[in-house]
Design a protein around this ligand. Sequence first.
Ligand SMILES: *Cc1c(COP(=O)(O)O)cnc(C)c1O
Length: 228
Amino acid sequence: MQKIRDNLSQLRQKIQQLLQKYQRDPAAVVLLAVSKTQSVAAIETAVLQGQYRFGENYLQEALPKIQALKAYQLQWHFIGRIQSNKIKDIAENFAWVQSVYQLKHAQRLSQQRPAGLLPLNVTVQINIDREPQKAGIMPEDALNFAQEVVKLPNLRLRGLMGLPAAHPDFMAQQQSFKALHAVYQRLKEQGLPLDTLSMGMSDDMEAAIAQGTTLLRIGTAIFGQRDP
Ligand SMILES: *Cc1c(COP(=O)(O)O)cnc(C)c1O
């Protein structure tokens, strides 16, 4: 657990250094700790270091952890593939859903969001490198899709999430993120009230910061390699 503490403090320093390097505001980026496959104890270690936002990919895995850590009032983000039969549980237990790319999922998330809770924050997942095997909205369809999502009463559209192809080199990583940033800017220019550009993981964090990310989703660099 000492490793998690060290990783987290080094990561925060690194993020600050990179924000400075790319002449961005020190408060421009928030850190989402991606805790899939991690234990409650590992998550709690990060919480005690002041980490507040956590991302999970699988509902069955996430629910007991959310329950066990309820007293901390953490902010949970669903970042995995949405299955239709899980939508009610997602709408009831998460504050954010980052992986919205089907209108029927967005509609059902809105319908199922309990009245006593704040609107569910959502980002639209963009298939930024147009990979046929990957989920997400194509960049040219993002505006139409976002204009439908923003109408839904119990959702609050916050921005875009991108999962680019795994590029080994920094220049190619930047190209993908630059393209996603351009889509984000275009939607904002069309009047959508967006404030979140979710891009960048452990291996491409610098490129994402250089290209304007506002939310990093980091697992490995905090918790170490996941068991396969
Ligand atoms: C697992 C995952 C991450 C974190 O990836 P790391 O390389 O471990 O930092 C980020 N985003 C999504 C959608 C993920 O599934």
